[in-house]
Design a protein around this ligand. Structure first.
Ligand code: 13P
Ligand code: SF4
Length: 367
């Protein structure tokens, strides 16, 4: 389901939550968590607000949360504090009687919306004309369930930022070429690390139905979907230069959803989990400029007062959709579960879920 479809099904939070104080809401969430006990499980992505993360039963990156959802056999209700594609993944990987709730159904992902199934089928047909059966589709988990299903039925797998190298390597053991959806930057940065020359990467423009490539198409190893993360694209080479001028000894670490030139100009790059672990292991007194989502960078600053940490972009980069999940929406979800009239369910249609699960399970088996 894309953001437009989610908006059409959205239920609006009742006015009473806007009148409650933070303390009242926190107390009520605590109480409801105790009352619901093991019937309830709250996974929270690292990019979520602190006001929500404090109540998460597990905090992680996309990969960890996908694994945790797959392993959770107990909870009747999974209140997913993250974005729409993560809740869909949880629904696909959990048992049919487990219910997944996204506290605000408008919490979509602009990157996931950059690849719709009709565009993808059109691209696939054109690619088959050029390359025959030599292309394997891989999709970042940051994609709709329909795209995961497309990838699943065509023999491919999902990837996350923490296993992209492993899965891409596997992809090349299956087929000569990879179609990588929907984030061109993660695809380009990962393929480059694996030794694929930039000249061997083409870009598929889904709006023009067009392959952007200057050269002999037989040389193409990777076809990158022209999608991006609107948060990570905000880190620029200009930010890198400014930070280096101001703090000559600083270490710059960025997420691989950043543009190639930003990754190249940084000292290191890696998944959300890699960034967290690097900062945890760093020596006191060291300086870090981080190129990733604002809530996580702010949390790392608070957790590591012995290190000098700044955002690579001085204007910070929040993910507006991650931020839609706030304390009032979390409370609303728990109260509605408790009253027995839950709202904001995420349910992937069965046939889509079966095929999407193939792609997710290939990833889970490989990573
Ligand atoms: P990871 O959790 O895989 O690092 O993904 C980052 C992201 O953009 C999630 O929306
Ligand atoms: Fe999507 Fe980027 Fe936000 Fe992640 S950070 S949910 S990829 S827009």
């Amino acid at each position: 389901m894309n953001l437009l479809q989610a908006l059409q099904q959205t239920t609006v939070i009742p006015e009473r939550y806007n009148k409650m104080t933070i303390q009242e809401m926190e107390e009520r969430v605590r109480e409801l968590k105790t009352r619901l006990g093991e019937r309830l499980f709250i996974p929270g992505h690292h990019y979520q607000r602190d006001e929500v993360i404090q109540f998460a039963d597990a905090v992680g990156d996309s990969f960890k949360l996908a694994r945790i959802s797959a392993d959770n056999k107990k909870a009747e209700y999974i209140v997913f504090c993250g974005v729409h594609f993560m809740a869909e993944t949880a629904d696909i990987l959990t048992a049919p009687d487990q219910k997944v709730i996204l506290p605000d159904r408008k919490a979509g992902c602009s990157m996931a919306d950059m690849a719709d199934i009709h565009q993808t089928e059109r691209a696939w047909n054109k690619l088959a004309n050029w390359f025959g059966d030599t292309v394997l589709p891989l999709t970042y988990v940051n994609s709709t369930a329909e795209i995961k299903a497309f990838v699943g039925r065509n023999g491919g797998a999902t990837v996350t930022s923490s296993n992209a190298h492993k899965i891409l390597k596997w992809g090349f053991s299956q087929k000569e070429r990879i179609l990588f959806l929907p984030d061109q930057h993660l695809g380009r940065n990962t393929a480059y690390d694996l030794g694929v020359d930039l000249q061997q990467m083409a870009l598929w423009d889904p709006l023009k139905d067009e392959l952007i490539y200057d050269g002999d198409v037989n040389e193409i190893k990777v076809i990158l979907w022209k999608g991006h993360c609107s948060v990570h694209e905000n880190f620029t080479i200009h930010n890198v230069r400014e930070v280096r001028n101001k703090y000559p000894n600083i270490n710059i670490i960025v997420h691989p959803e950043c543009r190639r030139e930003v990754v190249e100009a940084s000292d290191s790059s890696g998944s959300t989990n890699y960034i967290i672990q690097t900062i945890e292991k760093a020596a006191p007194g060291t300086s870090w400029a981080i190129g990733t989502e604002m809530n996580l960078v702010s949390r790392l600053m608070k957790q590591h007062p012995d290190k000098h940490i700044i955002s690579l972009n001085p204007n910070f980069c929040p993910c507006m959709t991650m931020n839609r999940i706030d304390l009032p929406h979390l409370l609303w979800s728990l109260e509605s579960i408790y009253k027995g009239d839950s709202v904001n369910f995420i349910k992937v249609p069965e046939q889509v879920a079966i095929e999407a699960k193939l792609a997710l399970e290939r990833m889970l088996a490989l990573a």
